[in-house]
Write a protein that binds this ligand. Structure first.
Ligand code: ZN
Length: 423
């Protein structure tokens, strides 16, 4: 974390910044293991239209364009492709199969401290709703799986009844039989899909309130933008989004010229929208969890973060435990671990031949000796994180107490290796 970012964190801590708006994308939910619908190998890529309940014409369309499953013009003909493709996501969300990340926990801490102006969450996964953030502070420009309504007339539909009907009325096109490997028994669902009908208009239009292609964004989004920008935002954090989808992406252009903008992302994005054209723009490179963890450490909020750890997904718990361990084991003053991560990220980018963001800045004022020390530290951190992530993966779905025990064991392993001089 460079000096200007430290200063930003201090300003948040001291109350100099108090109206923080956040724009998020898929990257903030990455650690939770939620399936990705857009990236290569994601759901659209592996979509097999032959399995869907629809006619030949619709099937041919979906073969050409798999995103047709979320297009209104297909949905108004038949609700099955949408519901069949989304079935595991709908039922998994209902069963709380995926849990919030460090990133979501950070937003919750901001909200508790009355520093959150608004969370513009582009994800439909509803993870932001698992914490105590008031619903009026959360805007989902692309809708959310958490609410159910008729796409054709707008009438709300009871959530529990919807989940039950999806389970019993919508075919499971992903069913592969009981999986011997995971020990999980996948539910087969019915042999044929039958319509889930609206109680108000009696048409088959029931689905989660997600925004389909060809439909307008929720009015709540535009209303919130009107209220927030530019006067009621004094910091905009952009996290885990490629800034490709408008109008949400254009929020980066809505802030006042003097308002700092912080991008937390693997890649430096948004230059076409004017990001990094001002010296109040910042970039924290890496995963969202690592970025928000670093911010938390800088702001002195690690205790608050730890208090939310038990409800986090296993990966985020492991990341937090590894970070705390590295800090304790390093014997360094607060905040250094974040410097080590930043150094590691810089080194990794250099190793990949990336270097695209070099030049200008002067952000990376780190001498060679410090860099090599930092890299040693970061290697320890990375190795610790790897072990703990592996342990964490092994206990996904089990109780948190079990999780803590495994993390303790992993820590003991690292310590004993250190004592044996392997590190
Ligand atoms: Zn209806």
């Amino acid at each position: 974390m460079d000096g200007s970012l430290r200063a930003l964190a201090q300003k948040i801590k001291s109350g100099g910044i108090s109206k923080i708006a956040i724009l998020t994308g898929a990257g903030i939910s990455g650690a939770s293991g939620i399936p990705d619908f857009r990236s290569p190998g994601g759901l659209y890529d592996s979509l097999r239209p032959d399995l869907l309940s629809c006619n030949e014409e619709q099937r041919a369309f979906l073969r050409r364009d798999p995103t047709g499953v979320v297009m209104f013009k297909i949905f108004e003909q038949t609700q099955f492709p949408y519901l069949e493709v989304r079935r595991p996501f709908i039922l998994g969300t209902c069963a709380k199969k995926w849990r919030y990340t460090i990133s979501h926990a950070f937003f919750d801490i901001l909200s508790r401290k009355n520093l959150l102006a608004r969370l513009y969450d582009q994800n439909i996964d509803g993870l932001s709703n698992q914490l105590s953030i008031p619903s009026e502070k959360i805007v989902n420009p692309h809708g959310s799986l958490a609410n159910i309504a008729c796409e054709l007339c707008g009438a709300d539909y009871p959530r529990d009844e919807f989940h039950e009907r999806v389970k019993t009325q919508i075919r499971n096109i992903y069913y592969t039989g009981p999986s011997a490997q995971s020990g999980e028994v996948d539910d087969a669902g019915p042999a044929e899909s039958t319509n889930i009908v609206c109680k108000a208009c009696a048409r088959p239009g029931i689905k989660p309130k997600t925004v389909m292609f060809g439909r307008p964004l929720p009015a709540a989004f535009f209303e919130a933008v009107e209220v927030d920008f530019p006067d009621n935002v004094d910091l905009l954090i952009i996290a885990g989004t490629s800034l490709q989808v408008h109008p949400a992406a254009s929020l980066v252009m809505q802030v006042d010229r003097s308002c700092p903008r912080l991008l937390i992302n693997r890649d430096r994005v948004g230059e076409d929208l004017g990001m990094f054209s001002r010296d109040t723009d910042h970039f924290l490179s890496g995963t969202c969890d690592d970025g928000f963890l670093a911010l938390c450490a800088e702001a002195g909020w690690l205790d608050e973060l730890q208090a939310l750890a038990s409800g986090m997904c296993a990966n985020s718990q492991a990341t937090l435990a590894a970070f705390l361990h590295a800090r304790a084991a390093g014997g360094d003053s607060a905040g250094n671990a974040t410097v080590f991560q930043a150094a590691a990220a810089t080194a990794a980018a250099a190793a990949e031949g990336g270097g695209g963001e070099g030049g200008g800045g002067g952000d990376q004022v780190v001498d060679d000796r410090f860099m090599s020390q930092a890299l040693d530290k970061s290697r320890t951190y990375q190795q610790g994180a790897e072990i703990e992530r592996a342990k964490a993966r092994a206990v996904v779905g089990e109780k948190n107490s079990e999780m803590s025990r495994m993390i303790e064991e992993a820590k003991a392993e690292i310590l004993s290796e250190e004592q044996n001089g392997k590190r």
